[in-house]
Design a protein around this ligand. Structure first.
Ligand SMILES: N[C@@H](CCC(=O)N[C@@H](CS)C(=O)NCC(=O)O)C(=O)O
Length: 236
């Protein structure tokens, strides 16, 4: 059965799925849907994912969107997936689900809010919305602080695991998106969280060489975004 992954390497959940699939030697076709060019809104793609978002997978006749659900499905559908990605023990598995659920209503909410207010809207010429920016930063900083003091308290990876699970990939891909902020904002927001930095480095090593390969487009784009943000700062 063929596996197709519709994704954009600029999208955090897409990167989590690509790194996972490469790490586990899945045979798949990567189909790029460029979200900054609006390709998610074409009628052809809407047939595949009515939500018009990436990522989506098509496995044989089966279509699925939502990255957490996709990762859980891939762990269940492909026997070669190493067990640490999605533990079989029900309590260990439930803890992975717990951090995944927490991710969407906390870290992702804060991170997307900060990127929207400090990067996307300024680049579109919108005036800074101080209240929205402060709220997003508060959510993001609270989330980073909870990862540092709670989710990473029992081991090098989330929920006390000694090897990464699908949750580590999802949360770290989210945090990596913050590379698109100006260097000053990135440093200001991330530098207090030493355990978070070490966890990212450990995950990078555990998923080499795919982590760097899949993040390459983001880091290339970072240069352009940061230059534009710097020029805005000079003219404002
Ligand atoms: N909860 C979804 C989030 C999907 C999502 O927000 N995808 C973004 C890219 S990261 C997207 O497709 N944005 C384009 C749009 O909404 O038009 C998941 O985890 O898969």
């Amino acid at each position: 059965m063929s596996l197709k992954i519709y994704c954009d390497r600029m999208s955090q959940p897409s990167r989590a799925i690509l790194i996972f699939s490469k790490m586990n030697g899945l045979d798949f076709e990567e189909i790029t849907i460029k979200i900054f060019e609006g390709q998610q809104h074409t009628p052809e793609y809407k047939e595949i994912n009515p939500m018009s978002q990436v990522p989506t997978i098509v496995h044989g006749d089966f279509r699925l969107f939502e990255s957490h659900a996709i990762l859980i499905y891939l762990c269940s559908a492909f026997p070669q997936v190493a067990s640490h990605w999605y533990p079989s023990d029900i309590h260990e598995r439930a803890k992975v689900h717990s951090v995944l659920d927490w991710h969407h209503s906390n870290l992702r909410r804060g991170s997307v809010g900060v990127l929207t207010n400090l990067m996307l809207l300024p680049l579109r010429g919108a005036p800074l919305d101080t209240k929205a920016t402060e709220e997003a930063e508060k959510t993001l900083e609270k989330s980073l602080s909870i990862i540092e003091s709670f989710w990473l308290k029992d081991g090098p990876f989330l929920v006390g695991r000694s090897q990464p699970s699908i949750a580590d990939l999802c949360l770290i891909s989210e945090i990596m998106e913050l590379q698109l902020l100006s260097e000053r904002d990135h440093e200001r927001i991330l530098s207090p969280y030493k355990k978070v930095s070490k966890w990212i480095e450990d995950t990078k090593k555990a998923t080499a060489p795919y982590f760097d390969e899949i993040h390459q487009d983001l880091l290339i784009a970072q240069k352009g975004f940061r230059e534009q943000l710097e020029n805005l700062g000079k003219t404002n």
